[in-house]
Design a protein around this ligand. Structure first.
Ligand SMILES: NC(=O)c1ccc[n+]([C@@H]2O[C@H](COP(=O)([O-])OP(=O)(O)OC[C@H]3O[C@@H](n4cnc5c(N)ncnc54)[C@H](O)[C@@H]3O)[C@@H](O)[C@H]2O)c1
Length: 279
């Protein structure tokens, strides 16, 4: 029997990292379309701003996704709050780091790994029992295009995003034959605070942190609203993997066509775009 497609519109969802960027975009979009939303973030101020724009049944929780016990407590609160089956769990919270393997600080790398990978694992383990009990719902874990390709100065970030992808794909296969599914999301550049909030220690062009933020803002192609629409529609279409933005499709194709040389091609594209902008 073909699997029933997941429906999110109008149904309750949980989103981490909802104080900013893609998480906020998802909360606003799904709530506008009638979904009760449970939102969590470590940033209390940003979370309040998101909550102020939401209507109807909303649950907010200041939460560090690194804390497995807090995530389980939050899952219990969500269970009590739910007006119906939980349609989706968006393990979206994440941070960025730019540094070389040679000089990268192990403390930074641990920080990144704990949030980007263990945060996703903690959220999955805390909320999966609710979905399994209902025999419906989707775990939606945010990876990246840097979970498709290894990129210089991004070794730690790429490692966390490849890990999210492997974890989510394994889970998806484990859930075969049940009403629950798992989806990996691979955004390209999305205009959010990810670089501004990150630890940008070094980059290949020797730019300052401020220059890196500016350059990211200039090249990120997709707005958080558009990213939220693509993710929402991708989940409802039953996709196992969702690419977000035209640049994500370029990454995906290049990695297949040139599995070991994709970075040469990417660099040439980046140089050409840079020189066009300079003209
Ligand atoms: N923006 C991009 O270009 C891009 C590309 C690929 C993947 N992503 C991924 O998308 C996800 C969302 O990022 P974004 O671009 O919206 O960035 P963002 O910085 O705008 O939002 C990330 C949110 O996560 C929250 N967060 C950080 N650490 C947390 C913690 N320990 N516990 C709880 N919340 C925490 C932040 O407070 C923030 O509100 C991340 O996983 C990121 O890696 C973003």
């Amino acid at each position: 029997m073909p699997r029933k497609l997941p429906k999110l519109t109008g149904r309750p969802v949980m989103i981490t990292g909802a104080a900013s960027g893609i998480g906020r975009g998802l909360a606003l979009r799904l709530n506008r379309l009638g979904s009760p939303v449970a939102i969590a973030d470590v940033d209390e101020t940003g979370l309040k701003q998101t909550a102020a724009a939401l209507r109807g049944r909303v649950l907010t929780r200041v939460l560090d996704v690194r804390d497995a016990a807090e995530q389980r407590k939050f899952a219990d609160e969500v269970r009590d709050w739910l007006p119906g089956p939980l349609a989706a769990v968006f393990n979206n919270a994440g941070v960025a780091l730019s540094a070389t393997v040679l000089d990268g600080d192990p403390g930074d790398e641990q920080w990144l790994h704990d949030i980007n990978f263990h945060g996703v694992v903690n959220g999955t383990k805390a909320f999966l029992p609710i979905l399994v009990e209902q025999d419906q719902g989707v775990i939606v874990n945010t990876s990246s295009v840097f979970g498709l390709a290894g990129i210089p100065y991004q070794s730690a970030y790429c490692a966390t995003k490849f890990a999210v992808r492997g974890f989510t794909d394994s889970l998806r296969h484990e859930l075969r034959g049940t009403g629950v599914s798992a989806v990996a999301v691979h955004p390209g550049g999305i205009k959010t605070n990810i670089v501004r909030n990150g630890r940008m220690r070094q980059d290949p062009e020797g730019r300052s942190e401020e220059e890196m933020v500016k350059s990211f803002d200039a090249i990120a192609m997709t707005t958080p609203d558009k990213a939220a629409r693509i993710i929402h529609q991708g989940v409802e279409a039953g996709r196992a993997r969702i690419l977000v933005g035209p640049d994500a499709y370029v990454f995906d194709a290049l990695v297949r066509i040139a599995p070991t040389h994709y970075y040469d091609v990417l660099s040439r594209i980046a140089d050409r775009l840079g020189s066009q902008r300079g003209q």
